[in-house]
Design a protein around this ligand. Structure first.
Ligand SMILES: [Zn+2]
Length: 263
């Protein structure tokens, strides 16, 4: 289990470093806001979230997968199926769970207040991809544990899923320029930064589109796909209509955002 965790942390740091370099070489939008203040804020919330999960939840998703395997819990532990196919199906199902979880977080009042912390980031870059409210992370972790127990997902599938999810999120929130030709090919199999930027638009009808994290297929299938933002990628405004005071967009003020009266 320790090895799997090390692979995960290694993949996270590796992707982040690559994305930070790419954002410097091929930036898409010019940042008006203090890069370090924003990024360090976003990194602080990641560290806090990991600490909270570590302390509060003795049962993390990987551990659940090991228990399910050992005790034969869950659908796929009861039927015979080729390992490669099993892993592929499990990763896809976990990704589908996240798509619907994301849609529901946009729909339901208090869940939106939690998720809003992700959307009030003043700009969009790879660190936005891991900036989520601690309570949202706890809910999301519990849902994942539930699905893992239900289907009996293997530890390998869980690690593959977590690595894909983290890397894809840092990639599609990345402030990097891809030519429209590359973007158009890539977005058939992967959510590109231009595709996901639409989801961070200040307009609600654009924000309620492109919910996927890794593959774009759920948005195609469930009709929540929007190709481009109305105002174009360089001019479009990011955030929400009722942006909070700036201190609630940075750490630690951002954690209070769901509990503010006005928001
Ligand atoms: Zn969202």
């Amino acid at each position: 289990m320790k090895n799997l965790r090390n692979i995960r942390v290694g993949a996270f740091i590796g992707t982040l470093v690559i994305m930070l370099i790419l954002q410097k070489i091929i930036p898409r939008r010019k940042f008006e806001f203090n890069f370090w203040k924003r990024d360090l804020s976003n990194m602080a919330i990641v560290i806090l979230n990991n600490l909270v999960i570590f302390i509060l939840l003795p049962l993390v998703p990987i551990k659940m997968a090991f228990i399910a395997q050992e005790k034969g819990i869950g659908l796929f532990n009861k039927i015979n199926i080729v390992t490669g196919v099993k892993v592929a199906i499990e990763v896809i199902l976990l990704d589908l769970l996240l798509y619907w979880q994301h849609r529901i977080f946009h729909k339901v009042g208090f869940l939106w207040k939690l998720h809003k912390m992700h959307h009030v980031d003043l700009e969009l870059d790879s660190t936005t991809g891991v900036r989520f409210h601690t309570i949202e992370i706890i809910i999301s972790t519990l849902l994942k544990i539930g699905l893992i127990a239900l289907i009996g997902a293997s530890p390998v599938s869980v690690v593959i899923f977590e690595i894909i999810l983290n890397s894809a999120s840092m990639f599609n929130h990345g402030n990097i320029y891809l030519s429209s030709k590359v973007d158009n090919i890539l977005r058939k199999i992967l959510i590109t930064p231009d595709m996901h930027r639409v989801h961070h638009s200040i307009y609600k009808n654009e924000r309620d589109k492109n919910f996927g994290f890794s593959v774009p297929w759920w948005d195609f299938i469930f009709k929540s796909y929007k190709a481009q933002p109305k105002d174009g990628h360089l001019k479009m405004k990011l955030g929400v209509e009722d942006m909070p005071k700036e201190r609630y967009t940075y750490f630690p003020g951002m954690l209070l955002l769901p509990f503010l009266k006005k928001n």
